[in-house]
Design a protein around this ligand. Structure first.
Ligand code: SF4
Length: 253
């Protein structure tokens, strides 16, 4: 089975936000964040990956910016240099606040006795035809292994966002399959806010992931789903295509 048959874990939150958006993505439309939004997610993920190596925070953040174009030549190379420069200046001027948040994340790991085993581990299941990249694989104090998802956005007041719960449940299935173990705990690191939340993965979550994967596969095979049509539509990168297709379909039905 070719790689194109595989679904990606990162598409699960897209499906949950709007199945129609995923449909457009499978048709080749670009739905990934761009400009500042893209830089935010890349920067915070890389910062998280090297948290335990940092010595001089501001100096290390500066060198991280030098390394970003090397690590992400495709994504960073397409950005206008002034966009990158403006983002860099904003981050450097907020270094105090970011350092504080990073310190809170580190304090959580230390207090809970969490040991980082790996960052950016690619996982894949031939059985489920599902693949993804787990941000971190950690060992909890009791010896159990857990996946970690690093998020650059805001954190909910309690628990984790639905898309993050599904993502971590999917990673636990994939990682568990590779390790031959049943993983029942995951972590979501809302690094910008210095918050780490523990997620207990239940049968319900795993069942829900499998159901979502079935729906995603149908869309990938050509089924046209309904759109979510929420307030999010005004910022949707495929809004124009969506409006055009709706008006075309309305002529036939
Ligand atoms: S415009 Fe709204 S309904 Fe259409 S794809 Fe985007 S989010 Fe979904």
């Amino acid at each position: 089975m070719g790689y194109e048959a595989y679904l990606r874990v990162s598409d699960i939150p897209v499906y949950l936000s709007c199945p129609k958006k995923l449909y457009f993505s499978y048709r080749g439309e670009k739905i990934e964040p761009e400009g500042e939004a893209l830089l935010e997610s890349i920067f915070y993920k890389e910062l998280s990956f090297r948290l335990h190596e940092i010595e001089d925070f501001e100096e290390d953040v500066r060198s991280l910016f030098d390394e970003l174009p090397v690590i992400y030549p495709e994504k960073i190379g397409k950005l206008d240099p002034p966009v990158l420069e403006a983002f860099r200046d904003r981050i450097i001027s907020s270094c105090g606040r970011i350092k504080e948040a990073a310190g809170e994340v580190m304090a959580f790991y230390e207090k809970k006795g969490v040991c980082i085993l790996e960052t950016g581990r690619y996982v894949l299941s031939r059985r489920l035809l599902l693949s993804g990249s787990v941000d971190k694989v950690v060992r909890m104090k009791d010896g159990t292994v857990a996946p970690v998802s690093v998020r650059s956005g805001r954190a909910p007041s309690d628990g984790v966002w639905k898309g993050d719960r599904m993502r971590i449940a999917a990673y636990s299935i994939l990682l568990g399959e590779e390790l031959g173990d049943n993983l029942s705990i995951g972590l979501v690191e809302y690094i910008r806010k210095g918050i780490v939340r523990e997620v207990k993965i239940r049968d319900y979550d795993r069942r829900r992931v499998l159901r979502v994967l079935r729906m995603m596969r149908r869309i990938k095979q050509g089924t046209i789903p309904d759109g979510a049509h929420t307030v999010e539509c005004k910022n949707c990168p495929v809004r124009d295509e969506c409006v055009v297709e709706r008006s075309l379909l309305s002529r036939f039905f």
